[in-house]
Every structure is written in C-alpha cells, then in structure tokens.
Design a protein around this ligand. Sequence first.
Ligand code: PLP
Length: 490
Amino acid sequence: MELAGARPHATRGPAGGLAIGLLYSSLLLNAIFLAHHFLLSPSRPLLRDDDGGGSSCGLTWSLQAAREAEAVAAVECSGHGQVFLDGVAGEDGRPGCECNSCFAGPDCSLRTPNCTADADSGNPLFLEPYWRRHAAASAVVFSGWHRMSYTTTGRFQSVELERQIRRLHRAVGNAVADDKHLVFASGSLQLINALVHALSPDATAASPPSRVVAAAPYYPSYRSQTSMFDGREYRWAGTTALWTNASRTNSTDGFIEFVTSPNNPDAMLRKPVLCSSAAAIVDHAYYWPHFTHIPAAADEDIMMFTISKPSGHAGSRFGWALIRDDKVAERALDYLSNSNMGASRDTQLRMLGIVRFMLANLHGEDDIFGFGHGVMRSRWLRLSAVVSRSRRISLQKIMPEYCTYFNRVRQPSPAYAWVKCEREEDGDCYEALLKANIISRTGVQYEASSRYTRISLLKSDDDFDVLMERLQELVDAEKHDDASNGSSSM
Ligand SMILES: Cc1ncc(COP(=O)(O)O)c(C=O)c1O
C-alpha cells in the first residue's frame, strides 16, 4: 500500500491532515513495539553493563562465546605468542600466552639467548598474520546442536563445501575438478592409505599385492603410511629407481606411484617416472600460487590436495582427493567411511567459511595468494642472499616462471629449502647444521643422500628470523675461518 506522505505533490486538506496524524501515531506505536521486543522481552535478555554499551543486534546464545573468543584474541603476548581458547588455564582460571619458539615469559617478551632455530616441520604459520588481519570475515559461530548427526544431509560430506572447493580450483586454475569425484578426508595424510587401498586388488583376489613406489627424494609419509598398513593388498616397494627397467619392459602393472608436484622437499614440478601401466597418485599439496607458478590446470586421474598449505589451517585436518574413475572413488569413500565416517562436520563448516573468504578476495587487495606469495618470495630472497655468500652450503635452483594465476612471470617462493652441504667433511648435512644450532630434516628421510637436508620456510615470522640469524652466523664463521686460514698460510 502506498503511504500518503510519500506522494510528492499531495494537497493537504482536512482528510490529508488526518492521514498524516494516523501515520505518525502508527510509526510511534511501531517504535514502542520494536523497543519492547528487542530490549525488554525476557527471551532476548538486555545487554549487561559489561557489554560495552554496544548493541546485541538480537543475538542471545552466541554473545558469551563471542565475548570469550574476542577476549583471548585481544591478548597481545608482545607479538611473540598467542592465547587460545583451549589453552591451559592459569591460577586466574584463564588461558595464558603460548610463546613462539625462542620467546618466553608470561607475556612472551623475553628472547631466549642463543636459541636453536627449529626449521624441521612444515607448520604453515606464515599465514597466521593473514587470518589475524581478517579475523571478522573468517570467524565461525555455531550452536551446540549444530550437525550433531553422523551425516550431513544424508552424506559424510557437505555439498556446499564441495561446491566451493570446485569453484576455488576453477578460479585459481590449478586443477580440473568438474569432471571428477571429490572425496574429503581428515587431512591428506589419511588420503595416502585411502587411495592406495582404492587402487589395490581385494585382499582375496588372486593377483599379487600392489607395489607402492615414489622417486627420491620423496615425502616420507608415503613410505611410513604404506608400511604401517602393509598387508595382503599392497606393500611398499621402494624408490622408482629400482623399477625403471621394469618400466621400460612395460611390466609395471600393479604399481602405484606417488608423485608430489611441486615436490616436497625440493619444489620441482614433477611427472610420474614409471610408464602408464602404473597408477599415479599425484599429490598437489603445494600446487597453489603461494609456492609455485601455475603453468596449467592439473588434470591427472587421481589428485590429492590439503587445506593445510593453501589456507594454513593444518590443525583443522582437512584434505580432499579428485578422482576421475567411479570405482576408485567408491573404494576410497568406502575406506573413509570405515575408517572414521568422513571428515569432521565441525571442520567442514569451518573450511566452508575459509574457502568462501579466499574465493571472495581472489586477485583483490586481500588475496591470500598475493599475501602468501609475498611472504614466501621475500623469505626465499633473504635466504638466497645469505647462502650466496657461502661455499659451505647451497640451495636448489629455481627460476622465475610465468604463472597463469598472476598472469605474469613470478619470482620463486618455495615452501622448503633443499640444502646441500658442499664440503667433503660435511657428509651429514643435518649434523653440520645442528652444530650451527639449526634443526632441519635430514635428506635420509627422503631416501636421498645425507649430504642434503630440508629447511622449512613455512613457519612463523619469529621462526624464520631466528633461522636467518643462525644461518648468518654459520656463513660469518665460514668467512672468518677462510680469513684465518688465508692469513696463516701467508
Ligand atoms: C606433500 C605433502 N602431502 C601431504 C601432506 C599432509 O598434509 P595434511 O596436513 O593434509 O595431512 C604434506 C604435509 O606436509 C605434504 O608435504
């Protein structure tokens, strides 16, 4: 119904005056009704004094949780630590600061002198500042009765999250997802065995067990997971180097080859080594613009992805596989259903918010890939500058390459440095770095030579700064040694 007062040129007679009077009293009554509904109704309690005078906007049960989440997030910990909701409670009943390595004290303000740099794990904390900056957009609130069921709309997987992940692949251009099944897991670590199982013959079948292989240096969990579940269906059969002759004679039936691209540890884009009769599981954990150029959308039959590296939410334990073949997807789903009935529904909800936010900001000022590439590129530049002064250690060579996502040539920004010790006496590179107070991950774990060791570049800014200090000292000591050797020989 059109309001009388809304007419631009209405003439105001006695009837018009009455209508305006009625309108004002109706507006007043509405205002009184709304004020009563939102501020005085017993089912919507008034904000308490400690609400800071803000409006509850009709919120009831979520206010307390929101207040707690904001309270812990607001604690500064001197910029070298965090307070978490589930942190160990102190005497005051509140969780205290959890300090980054090499920092201590109740507010993490004390720097530990001569601290050892821990560059071992691939903990993707380089993205924590990004999510701190976008705290509001990435927060998730849900009720105690949210998705209590084993299933989500009759399945173990959220249909909406599937849709958003497909959109993400399409928008980033790193994988063709539309013609494949999407299978969720609790981290891509769980997918390793799920996919090996899916590709292997039944335990009762007459065919021999599958042989699972990877080319060195390779991500060690392919070996440890496969060996752990070794059975009638499959067994770990070592590196591809042992089987490349078999490959030439075309007898690689029953082989499953893990391929990591870009590779962990050396960041090289890789293809399967064995010929096409072997099945390949291509792990694209790092095939995102933070870490590598994207030459084209990956389109292998079986691909693995994880949220841990693109968004940094390793603690949520969420990964997915893209699988072309119906039967293989069915067997993988069967494994996951028997193993844990699919990824946690709470995690799936959190991932939905995270993926949506990433998607909404692609190519913009708050693009997570722009941010991630910026951090990782500057770390690689700083590391390369220090190592270039050394004759004792060297890094893998990575060239700038054209990236379809950024639509330009991008500078290298690997997740890991694959360090080689060049001196004869440094045959165990891990030990050589440990003597310089740097914890790395030995090349032996990747079935490579002990002359190599891996340094993680993914951790927090504090971790990286300490690593740079220790490396700087290592290189300075080398220069000092060179100088004193030179002067003594003169
Ligand atoms: C190559 C590769 N694949 C898989 C994973 C495991 O990822 P998630 O955290 O999803 O288990 C990692 C973790 O570092 C990795 O480097």
